[in-house]
Design a protein around this ligand. Structure first.
Ligand code: ARG
Length: 463
């Protein structure tokens, strides 16, 4: 009979040691060691509750605290020796604790299982991540507003179908992304409420026979509530899926903005320039300056979206309660957090490094009959039904197109061919500034409205 290695946690039950290959296949310590400080935090709260409920003695609590403090120092100092044989972060810490403080270390796991332990660790980790991400989102929002502030009167073409549609201000365009980020902040706030509930006490799946106080642990860890069903507490990862969905949406928003930055920086548009420190050259074409950062953001969006699908797929076939499948939640989550935080950090800085080229924006806005709707609206205000106005303007646009000029460049008598309602006052309407100023209501592009929107937005960030 094969002898058991004495570091096997389930020792007595097995006749042979785990195969080497299987050990490597099932171990998670290489990545879940990232949860170590949260694991310690959870253990400290659990131990305090055990002592308070007289499930362990006061001396045990002291020993556990002392041991965990040393372990924490070892981990932070990079001196902790992680062992693959000990499978995961939880067993590594527990074994070290026992080596340091003896029996008290062995008592820590009373009334607890790795199942509720790991679920607690991930929740603590994600709560922390959410708080970081919200700060970074707000920093990005601030740099959007700082840029917008200078461009409430910078006119650019607004597009639909990527065809010139109506003039908008560059500030107004940027504020669209502010709104997306604001919903992202709200979404993370919503997800946080559901992340912030305590699984500990569920033990392996059914609860525990010790007289524990779950509410006390929840309070010690700053959780808003305890999970209400033990089976659900250890097995579900919907909070992690929600988190990743929120992250995927941020990336999707930034991917859209990236696509625009890339287009705007192309000489065909020439609307902006991105600071050199965010770009690279070509090894073969000396004239090139490539917008690598926005391109990578667009690319990394696929990666985070992939993590979302991975987590959904991970969950979908699992019967209650805990299954080892769930160990696979960590790498997608960690990578989601890393990708998103790095992206947000770099993006806030990149937006500050954008040079705007108002003349190019203006030229483009003058090219695509962007004020055609304004002409139609003018006719409607003089009594023409909208459909008839639409048709009259379509004919006028065709005429101008054949002449190779903008509507505003036609003479009054030329314009009057399309409707005798047109008078001298039309020329104020056909300018880009006139078009902007006319959209003077909440959510519109009139400079006055956009300035008010920026002021509202600043308040919201500091709320
Ligand atoms: N490493 C495991 C995970 O990440 C911890 C829980 C293991 N529980 C168990 N019964 N095998 O999910």
């Amino acid at each position: 009979m094969a002898t058991m290695q004495d570091n096997q946690t389930w020792s007595g039950r097995f006749n042979e040691p785990v195969a080497e290959l299987v050990k490597r296949y099932t171990a998670s310590v290489d990545f879940d060691k990232r949860l170590a400080l949260f694991d310690i935090q959870g253990s400290l709260a659990h131990a305090q509750m055990l002592s308070n409920c007289k499930i362990i003695g006061p001396q045990d609590l002291d020993d556990i605290r002392r041991g965990l403090a040393q372990i924490e120092n070892e981990i932070i100092g990079g001196d902790f020796e992680w062992q693959l044989d000990l499978e995961d972060v939880h067993l590594n810490i527990e074994k070290r604790l026992t080596a340091l403080v003896g029996d008290a270390g062995k008592r820590l796991h009373t009334g607890r299982s790795r199942n509720d332990q790991v679920a607690t660790d991930i929740r603590l980790y994600l709560r922390h991540a959410v708080d970081d991400i919200v700060v970074l989102l707000k920093a990005l929002q601030t740099s959007l507003l700082d840029l917008a502030q200078h461009h409430t009167r910078t006119v650019m073409p607004g597009f639909t179908h990527l065809q010139v549609a109506q003039p908008v201000s560059f500030a107004h365009h940027l504020l669209a992304y502010f709104e997306m980020c604001q919903r992202d902040v709200e979404r993370f706030g919503d997800a946080r409420r559901r992340i912030n509930r305590l699984p500990l006490g569920a033990a392996a799946l059914a609860g525990t026979s010790y007289p524990i106080k779950r509410e006390m642990v929840a309070e010690l860890l700053g959780f808003e509530a305890v999970c209400q069903n033990s089976l659900d507490a250890v097995s579900d990862r919907d909070f992690a899926i929600e988190f990743t969905a929120a992250a995927a949406l941020v990336m999707t928003h930034l991917s859209r903005l990236s696509e625009e930055l890339i287009l705007w920086m192309s000489p065909r548009f020439g609307f902006i320039d991105i600071a050199d420190r965010f770009c690279t050259g070509s090894s073969i074409m000396p004239q090139k300056k490539n917008p690598d950062v926005p391109e990578l953001v667009r690319g990394k969006t696929g990666r985070v979206n992939g993590h979302l699908v991975a987590l959904l797929t991970l969950m979908k076939g699992q019967p209650l309660a805990y299954n080892k499948d769930n160990q696979e939640d960590k790498e997608p989550l960690f990578d989601t957090v890393d990708t998103l935080t790095q992206t947000l950090r770099i993006y806030a800085d990149m937006m500050r490094g954008i040079t705007v080229k108002p003349e190019a924006m203006r030229r483009a806005a003058l090219q695509g009959y962007a004020t055609a709707t304004d002409l139609a609206d003018y006719l409607v205000k003089k009594g023409l039904p909208f459909r008839d106005a639409h048709e009259a303007v379509a004919v006028a646009v065709r005429y101008a197109e054949q002449k190779g000029c903008d509507l505003a460049e036609l003479k009054l008598d030329e314009l009057q061919q399309f409707s005798d309602l047109i008078a001298e006052d039309i020329f104020g309407v056909l300018t880009l500034e006139g078009s902007l100023a006319a959209r003077n209501h909440t959510g519109g592009t009139a400079p006055q409205q956009v300035e008010a929107a920026i002021a509202r937005a600043r308040k919201l960030i500091h709320a």
